[in-house]
Structures are given as structure tokens and as C-alpha cells.
Design a protein around this ligand. Structure first.
Ligand SMILES: Cc1cc2nc3c(=O)[nH]c(=O)nc-3n(C[C@H](O)[C@H](O)[C@H](O)COP(=O)(O)OP(=O)(O)OC[C@H]3O[C@@H](n4cnc5c(N)ncnc54)[C@H](O)[C@@H]3O)c2cc1C
Ligand code: SF4
Length: 339
């Protein structure tokens, strides 16, 4: 394993100091738990001269969750979220997603902000420097071609694999962002711009696996927030190769509301498939009647249409797409039946 290159570490105590440090060091990277970033530094994927640790800023560590609203600071750890009684009780999809991430030691270190801003992944990218050099660097670093889709014309298909985002998307979550030009709150869905399609140019609003976040260079995710919807049932499930410690082959979050025998509301979101977490569009058209075969057929069709798994992991893309559909169907059925 490679040695870490040298870097300076800054440990702000307040949000104002954090923002100032980020502005003073444009080439810096924010350090949450470091469970992904430090791996990438060691592999020579990134080499920031300065790391800014967010963990000393107390105002970023809060978790508030009751029957009305959820607010989680960016420096809260995944273990804290998974074990928080208010989150478990009122927002089970979030607690379950947090509890399914990596292994226990990663969850003790890993933060909500780091998970939301997690880098996209690809078998041609998450490799050592010598491996990438020997196999020719690809678009996501310094190369000129995508090895997954050589005819992609400048588009990278690296896959977003964070587990929290789909869970939060089913709750219509918003994120608070802070930077030198002030604070803003946006729908979480707007953070993710990895809408890559072959032969479509990458733009500032429709990015790819390389440009997958809409954050400005100096901006920081400070918190994530959501409101509760009465009667909403939610859960998270994922398939992974090593069950105890692994990124998702596919992860699915479902939230639904049942009125008697009627499916009144349905929200489904995925990770591990596209360059962004995908909240399925069109599920509202499946609501208003019983949960029957046409609903499941409609759900399958939406998955086929919107889930674009490519050869970015050792598990083939078409298999990941089928797993996504199966997981979604099972979870919808279970939640509808009250499980
Ligand atoms: C073996 C292994 C298995 C894993 N399995 C999973 C898995 O199953 N699911 C999963 O989701 N992840 C997995 N991970 C990745 C990682 O552990 C988690 O995603 C974790 O939540 C990352 O959080 P962190 O605080 O450690 O992020 P860091 O590594 O500290 O940072 C990740 C990125 O986010 C940026 N960042 C950090 N904080 C902020 C902020 N407040 N605002 C803006 N940007 C910020 C960093 O600059 C960096 O680019 C795995 C990692 C390993 C090593
Ligand atoms: S999808 Fe293509 S460009 Fe993106 S990381 Fe993989 S090989 Fe590189």
C-alpha cells in the first residue's frame, strides 16, 4: 500500500472559521471521517495540500428528529444516526440506510456530509496509481477516454454509491449549504447532477460521473433536513457482495402511504446504479388503486427506463438493474403489508 503524501490539517472550531479556511485554501478538501477520502489520497487519486476537518465544529454535529421534522448536521456520524431513537422511530429509512453503510468502524468515523458528497466509483478509477497508469488513465482523472464506454465522447459513467441519499430523497429532503457568498438551502435532488448520457455534452446542470455535484468549489454541506408526512411507511434495503462491509451492488429506499386497500403515495429511490442517486419519476401514476400486478409491472417499467447500470463494478450492469427491480418490488410489498 502506498504511503500518504504530505498535507496540512486545519481544525476549525466554528462554522465561520471553517468557511474562512475553505476560502483561504481553494485546493483543500473537507475531511469528515476520511473513510473514503483517505483511501483516495493513498491511491493517488487526489492529493490535496490541505485537509479541513469538519469534526471540531459543534454546530455541525446535532441530530434532531421528532414526529414533525428531521435535521442532521453534516458532522454527525453514521453510527449516531443509525442508533438515534427519534430517527429510528420517525424516519426508519434514514436510520436503516445509515446502519447499512460499510462496517461498524467506518460508521463510527464516517459522517453524514461525507456520505452525501461521496465520490462516484468505478473499477477503472478506484485503483492504485500504478494500476491506473498501467491501464491508461481515464476521463475521471487525467486521461482522455472512458474505459467503460470508449465511445462516450467525454462522458464518465462512474456510479454514485452512497446509501443515505436515496433514503433522504424519498423524504423530499433539503440540504443547507454554506460558503463565502452566504448560506442557501436547496432540495437534495438538486445537489446531484450526474444525468450522463452518451453523446450528450456535460454541462453545469447536467453533469456526469466526474462532475456529479452542484456544489460551488468553496461550499460546504452543513445539514440535511426533511419534514415528516403523516402515515408514511419507509424502509431501506441493499444487496452487497460482502454483507458485513461493502458498497451497494444496488440500494433501494421506499416510502409509501396506504389508505385502506389503496396505495396512496409511493416514492422509490436507488443508489449504486447511475452517476447520481435516482428517485424514480412517475411513481405517482401507480397510485390510487390496490397494489396489484399492473402496479408491479409499472414499477418494473420505470426501473428499466431510469436505471442505467454500466460496467463500473465487478457486478454486470444488467444484473444490477434486475436486482434493483427485485429489491424495490419486495420492499414495496413488505411495507404495504405493514412489515
Ligand atoms: C470498505 C469500505 C466499505 C464502504 N461501504 C460503503 C457503503 O456500503 N455505503 C456507503 O455509502 N459508503 C461506503 N463506504 C464509503 C464511506 O465509508 C462512507 O460513504 C462514509 O459515509 C463517508 O463519510 P466520511 O465522513 O468518511 O467522508 P470523507 O471520506 O471524509 O469525505 C468524502 C467526501 O466528502 C467530502 N466532504 C466531507 N464532508 C463534507 C461536507 N460537510 N460538505 C461537503 N463535502 C464534504 C470530502 O471532501 C470528500 O470528497 C465504504 C468505505 C470503505 C473503505
Ligand atoms: S466510467 Fe469511464 S471515465 Fe468514468 S471512472 Fe469509469 S472508466 Fe473512468
Amino acid at each position: 500500500m502506498e504511503a500518504l503524501p504530505p498535507f496540512d490539517l486545519i481544525r476549525p472550531r466554528t462554522l465561520a472559521q471553517l468557511i474562512d479556511a475553505r476560502a483561504a485554501h481553494p485546493a483543500s478538501r473537507l475531511l469528515g471521517g476520511g473513510t473514503d477520502l483517505m483511501v483516495n489520497i493513498r491511491r493517488g487519486i487526489v492529493a490535496p495540500p490541505v485537509l479541513i476537518d469538519v469534526n471540531g465544529v459543534d454546530e455541525l454535529r446535532t441530530i434532531e428528529a421528532d414526529a414533525h421534522a428531521l435535521e442532521i448536521g453534516a458532522a454527525a456520524t453514521l453510527s449516531e444516526v443509525a442508533a438515534h431513537s427519534g430517527v429510528m422511530q420517525n424516519y426508519p429509512v434514514v436510520a436503516q440506510a445509515a446502519g447499512h453503510i460499510a462496517g461498524p468502524t467506518h460508521r463510527n468515523m464516517g459522517t453524514v456530509g461525507g456520505n452525501i458528497a461521496l465520490d462516484t466509483r468505478c473499477i477503472f478509477y478506484n485503483q492504485s496509481e500504478w494500476w491506473r497508469q498501467a491501464n491508461h488513465h481515464c476521463l475521471k482523472t487525467t486521461g482522455e477516454i472512458c474505459h467503460v464506454a470508449p465511445k462516450s465522447r467525454g462522458v464518465c459513467f462512474a456510479t454514485f454509491s452512497g446509501d443515505l441519499a436515496p433514503a433522504l430523497l424519498t423524504l423530499d429532503a433539503e440540504i443547507d449549504i454554506a460558503g463565502v457568498s452566504g448560506k442557501r438551502t436547496v432540495p437534495l435532488a438538486e445537489l446531484y447532477i450526474g444525468y450522463a448520457r452518451q453523446n450528450e455534452p456535460v454541462t453545469v446542470t447536467r453533469g456526469d460521473g466526474k462532475f456529479f455535484l452542484s456544489l460551488q468549489p468553496s461550499e460546504i454541506v452543513t445539514a440535511v433536513r426533511a419534514r415528516n408526512s403523516p402515515g408514511l411507511r419507509s424502509a431501506y434495503d441493499k444487496i452487497r457482495i460482502r454483507r458485513s462491509i461493502e458498497y451497494p451492488v444496488t440500494g433501494v429506499a421506499v416510502a409509501l402511504r396506504r389508505d385502506g386497500d389503496i396505495l396512496a403515495d409511493l416514492r422509490v429511490a436507488f443508489t449504486g446504479t447511475n452517476p447520481r442517486p435516482v428517485r424514480l419519476a412517475g411513481t405517482d401514476k401507480l397510485c390510487g388503486g390496490p397494489l396489484d400486478a399492473p402496479v408491479f409491472a409499472g414499477l418494473d417499467a420505470l426501473v428499466r427506463d431510469q436505471i442505467m447500470a454500466m460496467k463500473t463494478t465487478f457486478t454486470p450492469g444488467h444484473y444490477r438493474r434486475r436486482v434493483a427491480g427485485v429489491l424495490a418490488r419486495r420492499l414495496v410489498q413488505r411495507l404495504f403489508e405493514g412489515g
